[in-house]
Design a protein around this ligand. Structure first.
Ligand code: K7E
Ligand code: RUQ
Ligand code: CUA
Length: 650
């Protein structure tokens, strides 16, 4: 057993090199005689034309979300979520700083992995997109009219918020599962006492259907395994949620070896409807827990952060029938449910085969109470009772599976660096294509819904090596676009991605593009420091705080000369953009300000804090080229010594 593990580990460690040495067929044309002009035509979006799909890529360690067009592979936007973003001043402006507040204080960075788009009746509806922060456990909701982060909620009792942020088919819940089990509540205890004492919290966040507001409805306190990924049941399995586990050995050191002892770990099947009912009837235990809930309001153009004090926890053994374990070979990473809701696919990352469980068989086995013992009071179903089939010779190191809605599944293999297309039900391998190199997730637009749009498959590769012009030791990751409308997948395009996109979510552009916000109405601006008419532009002093109520329009600021500011003052520039037109932002930058600039959209107010340190006359200017007279859009602040008694004037 140990030998097998060591061999697998060696293979895993050399995986990158396998790709690199594969120099014969670097173009990835699968021997089809060069990338056809056909491929170029298929990805060509003529100037002025629009792409057919939006694709939202997680940023991994960039903490953000990037927006691409498919099939062109053009990047349109980076949406700041968990990380400060100088381009727009997100996390720097006074209005957006509260978004990054946590119970640990201001945490302006995270590691974002899995975006998922809201659904109604199992179909993409394009209202919101959710994404997880892995490091300091958080879930964010981004509004798809404004493409702005509207809400971030911290997840207490969690660490490594990885089996997140997947949603149920009416967006009833967004799920956040912990990868690292931890002491609950957190306390000072010996790490050696991990086994049996740490807990794995799986949180179900309810989503208000009008506002999108999230709230932690309950936390299921699972045994101390690692909950790696999750997937909602859908259609016939709607009401269930599936989670992969690894480290059911509960090792606390050298997991590489110690968590690979068991031949099988589990997929945990959670009947959330049953738990919801239990909780609605007063079940569960409230426990103290501190976590931040941050909400951005598009009327006030500002965020507020509230610290919550309590969370409702549920012990799974107190709700009979709520949780079962499905034995699944070889440290499964991804778990994916097909569009019919029948097949639950475990991607055992140390395996060559894929294990597919049957939802129908699972329900039968549960009814017959045919169990194979239990783990911490949770019944374990018999492997053979729930097995639907095995996909043989799949490749090596399966990670994630997507669906085209036509009965086919596409699994990514990290070690053998390929995508394998196979048939649901017959488990027959239909096609395999190399990717360059070492793919993580794949994505088919709508692949997480009942109705996938099975036209393209995007492979998100971890290793780029020779695919682009070299840019020093660090290269951007590479995505590859395949046409999957034929029997064989056809590679169309390579394009670079930003940060580390673990996963992506795609949606037909038609569903959201016509709702996209053009600008904010100035008359509806409810910012507490908005300056709606030029006559209200002014400067006010309160002790050493100075508030500048400033307006901007092509191509000047009002006021643009201010005197009477002193060293030691805290100057708040509340700047309102008076433009009322699509795509006319102005910027505001102040010399020596250590918190980036502001980029202010038409109708919006944003605030920059400046603490002048030096006496002098200091310029500020607009940072966004906005008109032929953009270079004229500037002003001066006179800063006098702290002892001066010059009056404010503007
Ligand atoms: Cu496989 Cu975070 Cu979904 Cu990366 S995870 S690949
Ligand atoms: S200016 S157009 Cu700095 Cu030439 Cu930008
Ligand atoms: Cu306003 Cu440039």
């Amino acid at each position: 057993m140990k030998n097998t593990i060591n061999i697998l580990i060696t293979i895993i460690m050399t995986a990158g090199l396998v790709g690199c040495n594969n120099s014969e067929d670097k173009r990835g044309n699968g021997g089809q005689g060069g990338l056809a002009t056909n491929a170029a035509e298929k990805v060509y979006v003529a100037p002025g034309d629009h792409d057919e799909f939006y694709a939202f890529f997680s940023g991994g360690y960039s903490g953000n979300l990037t927006v691409y067009g498919l099939p062109s592979g053009r990047m349109f936007k980076e949406i700041p979520v968990f990380s400060q973003f100088a381009t727009s001043g997100y996390g720097y402006s006074e209005e957006t700083k509260p978004m990054l507040n946590t119970s640990f204080g201001f945490v302006p960075w995270d590691d974002s992995h899995h975006p998922d788009i809201s659904q109604t009746n199992g179909k993409l509806d394009g209202r919101w997109i959710f994404i997880n922060g892995n490091n300091t456990p958080r879930i964010a909701r981004i509004d798809l009219e404004t493409f702005e982060t509207e809400e971030i909620i911290e997840i207490p009792n969690s660490a490594g918020n990885h089996s997140s942020s997947f949603i149920t088919e009416n967006t009833e819940y967004v799920v956040a599962g912990t990868r690292f089990s931890v002491p609950v509540p957190q306390r000072d205890m010996s790490i050696k006492d991990y086994k049996g004492n740490f807990k794995g919290a799986i949180s179900f966040l309810s989503v208000d259907q009008d506002t999108g507001r999230m709230d932690i409805k309950f936390q299921l306190m699972m045994p101390g395994f690692n909950y790696d990924l999750s997937h909602p049941g859908r259609d016939k399995s709607h009401g269930w949620f599936f989670f992969t586990t690894y480290n059911t050995e509960e090792a606390n050191t050298l997991l590489e070896v110690n968590a690979s002892q068991n031949d099988k770990d589990f997929i945990a099947a959670v009947n959330w409807k049953l738990i919801e009912e239990y909780v609605n009837n007063g079940g569960g235990t409230k426990m103290p827990a501190e976590y931040a809930h941050n909400v951005y309001d598009h009327d006030t153009h500002a965020a507020t952060s509230t610290m919550k004090k309590e969370v409702l926890t549920v012990d799974p053994t107190k709700v009979p029938g709520a949780v079962y374990f499905l034995p699944t070979p070889k440290s499964p990473h991804g778990v994916d449910v097909d569009p019919t809701g029948e097949y639950i696919i475990g991607n055992g990352k140390l395996s060559a085969d894929l294990t597919v469980h049957s939802f129908t068989k699972m329900i039968d086995a549960i009814e017959k109470k045919n169990f194979d013992g239990e783990a911490y009071g949770i019944p374990i179903l018999k492997f053979d009772d729930v097995l639907a089939g095995t996909v043989k010779q799949g490749g090596l190191g399966p990670l994630h599976t997507e669906f085209d809605g036509k009965g086919n599944a596409y699994t990514t293999f990290f070690i053998s660096s390929e995508v394998v297309k196979w048939k649901l039900g017959t488990w027959e391998v239909l096609d395999r294509q190399p990717v360059f190199y070492s793919v993580g997730h794949g994505m088919i637009p709508g692949g997480n819904s009942r109705e996938p749009f099975g036209k393209y498959f995007v492979a998100m590769n971890k290793i780029t090596k020779d695919r682009y012009l070299p840019t020093g030791p660090e290269l951007e990751h590479s995505a590859q676009l395949f046409d999957i409308t034929g029997d064989k997948m056809e590679l169309l395009l390579d394009f670079p991605t930003h940060g580390e996109p673990h996963y992506a979510a795609g949606i037909p552009a038609d569903i959201i593009k016509n709702n996209s916000k053009k600008f904010y109405k100035l008359a509806e601006n409810k910012h507490e420091h908005a300056t709606i008419t030029d006559a209200d532009a002014r400067v006010e002093r309160k002790g050493n705080e100075v508030h500048v109520y400033m307006t901007m329009i092509r191509s000047h600021f009002n006021p643009d000369n201010i005197e009477g500011i002193k060293v030691g003052d805290k100057v708040y520039f509340h700047v309102t953009n008076h433009e009322q037109d699509f795509d006319v932002p102005h910027g505001f930058a102040m010399i020596g300000a250590n918190n980036s600039e502001l980029l202010i959209m038409p109708g919006q107010t944003k605030t920059l804090l400046w603490e002048p340190k030096k006496v002098g006359v200091w310029p500020f200017y607009c940072t966004d080229f906005c008109s032929a007279l953009h270079q004229e859009m500037q002003g001066y602040i006179r800063v006098s010594p702290a002892s001066s008694n010059i009056e404010l004037s503007w």
